[in-house]
Design a protein around this ligand. Structure first.
Ligand SMILES: CC(C)(COP(=O)(O)OP(=O)(O)OC[C@H]1O[C@@H](n2cnc3c(N)ncnc32)[C@H](O)[C@@H]1OP(=O)(O)O)[C@@H](O)C(=O)NCCC(=O)NCCS
Length: 241
């Protein structure tokens, strides 16, 4: 699991995850409220909720979530209180933590979903439609782990290339994609309806080649050195959720 030793819990810039362990698995029904919350936070004002419940049965798509700390996630999922009430509880808990001088980021780390990615398989292409990480957990390798999970699932599905659109102003996302071999191949004029911003179209070279396999392996090795073991289970659960 991606985890960081106790000695270095204070410095996020040097690759410190504040003791968080993160793993990737398929989206499940219980995650949906949290994923909608992350989606709204990341994509407002253009936010239109994805019908995640319906999408769970889509054989031509893969929805992955990043979960910090497996045990805590398990506890959160088995809580008896309705998931819809959790954000209010979290807000109250974070307010109390603020008063007591504790880090709200650590509090958020006890939530069970830190981010998600959705990939649609269209012909030979795997299209990343959304990727997002909770705002206060960004910069800790979670987005990269989600991207690794989506590349792995595309390779497993038999896709030849991966593609996506990003706002021209979204340099952070573009840097992440470039790191994994996505290149700017064109523009969609006025693609985003809130401010008529253009989208850059980014596409990988063929991912089903030995060459990309080697590059991808090198990137994953670097990730492991920096953040800890990569733990991804992209199989559908037995209940088919
Ligand atoms: C894009 C996003 C998913 C990245 O997630 P993250 O967990 O913060 O990213 P990571 O910590 O894994 O960083 C991975 C890479 O992203 C890029 N990156 C991340 N934060 C960055 C920053 N502040 N400045 C520049 N590049 C950055 C870097 O290439 C980084 O690799 P490096 O650390 O080797 O330089 C996150 O910023 C997010 O949720 N944004 C809002 C939603 C969004 O814009 N989604 C993309 C739509 S196209």
């Amino acid at each position: 699991m991606a985890s960081i030793s106790d000695e270095s819990k204070t410095d996020i810039k040097d690759g410190i995850n504040q003791g968080m362990e993160v793993f990737i698995r398929r989206l499940q029904t219980e995650d949906i409220d949290q994923v909608v919350e992350i989606e709204r936070e990341a994509f407002s004002p253009l936010w239109i909720s994805t019908p995640f419940k319906r999408e769970l049965n889509n054989q031509y798509a893969c929805y992955l979530v990043a979960c910090p700390d497996g045990e805590t996630a398990q506890e959160a999922r088995s809580e008896s209180k309705p998931a819809m009430r959790r954000p209010l509880w979290d807000r109250l808990a974070r307010g109390i933590d603020g008063l007591m001088g504790r880090s709200p980021e650590l509090e958020t780390a006890t939530e069970s979903v830190a981010g998600y990615v959705s990939v649609w398989f269209q012909g030979s292409e795997a299209h990343i439609t959304e990727i997002a990480v909770r705002e206060n957990l960004r910069g800790r390798g979670i987005g990269e782990l989600l991207l690794i999970g989506s590349v792995r699932s595309a390779v497993k599905y038999g896709s030849n290339v991966m593609t996506l659109e990003a706002r021209v102003s979204n340099f952070i996302a573009q840097r992440l994609y470039e790191k994994y071999g996505f290149k700017n191949v064109g523009t969609r004029k006025g693609y985003y309806s809130d401010n008529r911003e253009d989208a850059v179209i980014m596409t990988t070279c063929p991912i089903d080649t030995e060459e990309y396999g080697r590059i991808f392996q090198g990137l994953q090795d670097n990730y492991t050195k920096r953040w800890g073991e990569i733990q991804i289970n992209d199989s559908r659960s037995e209940t088919g959720r």
